[in-house]
Ligand binder design. Structure first.
Ligand code: PEP
Ligand code: MN
Length: 349
């Protein structure tokens, strides 16, 4: 249930409504908008509370019964776009944000080289896995904490924020010391214990869409995090499993406008995992921004042919530079901006 307060409602009136909802057993989430305060009542009440009874409380404008199974991630609860602060980088505002870097941190030299290159091209966030969810248990599994230490150093030098994937709640406290955003990978989108723990921290979460998840299931996973009290969630479309096998996955571009209509959360697109081939990354990146995505998550490697994971889909730094140049032309058409390149990228094309 969503309670929309009058523009003129006083703090006492808001407090009275919250008290009434809590008394019957609801958890109450508050959204203080530009015009209205909105209260989201979630959970199962111990006794029924009729919307008409709430509407009689002074200061209440209207009570809306939300038919969607998700509440806090929905636009009814919060009509304005959410802007998530990733270590000082706003995601979901007018600026299109590029998060770029290798699939996995492999060495100190590699992560420094990639960080410098992507920063020069205008990326704002460094991506890189320290814990890798690999299909085979014999494949490279990531460098763990050492990878995060090097990532943090490289990002500090290059002036970037850091996003890295969390696979296990047992690494949460350790990871909080190194990253600006925790990524939940496609395979963990419905790891509800992990999502619940991420709801308790005050750290942005990049939530990837599950391999076979519907948009509703994806939004419900985000709801777990918001219901825990952490409202800093960014969604990431990364392709879904279909019968098509010409690309690694099928990029669901239509998910962007669907999510934008249903939810206030920002949405990024990962064209690297979506297509699995570097020659498909640039056209899909263009399409994503044209369709209204708030940014991109892109794999870039200084030597992709020697990469320990996902080399085939990783861009050369000069390809990433070209991609950013093209997005700088597309973004203004959509009323968006993109940061300028800081200096000529190494080996630019
Ligand atoms: C990744 O971005 O490193 C990754 C493993 O992606 P996904 O979870 O989308 O497969
Ligand atoms: Mn990868």
């Amino acid at each position: 249930m969503i309670v929309v307060m009058e523009q003129s409602a006083s703090e006492e009136q808001v407090a009275k409504v919250i008290e009434t909802l809590v008394q019957v057993g609801y958890d109450v989430h508050r959204s203080t908008g530009v015009n209205h305060t909105v209260l989201g009542a979630v959970g199962t009440p111990r006794r029924p509370l009729e919307p008409s009874a709430l509407e009689l409380i002074p200061g209440v404008r209207e009570v809306v019964k939300v038919s969607e199974p998700y509440k806090l991630v929905g636009r009814t609860f919060k009509p304005e776009d959410t802007v998530v602060n990733v270590g000082g980088v706003p995601v979901g505002g007018p600026e299109v944000v590029a998060m770029a870097g290798p699939c996995a941190v492999e060495s100190r030299e590699q992560i420094f080289a990639v960080a410098r290159a992507v920063a020069a091209s205008g990326a704002r966030v460094l991506r890189g896995g320290a814990f890798k969810p690999r299909t085979s248990p014999y494949a490279f599994q990531g460098l763990g904490e050492q990878g995060l230490i090097w990532m943090r150093e490289a990002s500090a030098e290059a002036g970037l924020s850091v996003v890295s994937e969390i696979m296990d709640v047992r690494t949460l406290d350790m990871m909080l010391g190194y990253v600006d955003c925790l990524q939940v990978g496609t395979r963990n989108m419905q790891n509800f214990d992990l999502l619940r723990e991420l709801g308790k921290v005050r750290m942005p979460v990049l939530l990837k869409r599950g391999l076979s998840a519907t948009i509703e299931e994806w939004l419900l996973s985000a709801e777990y995090i918001l219901a825990g009290g952490n409202h800093q969630v960014i969604l990431c479309e990364r392709g879904i499993r279909t019968f098509e096998n010409a690309t690694r996955n099928t990029l669901d571009i239509s998910a962007i406008p669907v999510v934008k209509k249903r939810s206030h959360l920002p949405i990024l697109v990962d064209p690297s995992h979506a297509t699995g081939r570097r020659d498909k990354v640039l056209p899909m990146a263009r399409a994503s921004i044209a369709a209204g995505a708030d940014g991109l998550l892109i794999e870039v490697h200084d030597n992709p042919d020697q990469a320990l994971s996902d080399g085939a889909q990783s861009l050369f730094p000069e390809q990433f530079d070209r991609l950013m140049g093209e997005l700088r032309i597309i973004a203004p058409v959509l009323g968006r901006t993109l940061p300028l390149a800081r200096m000529p990228a190494a080996g630019g094309s």
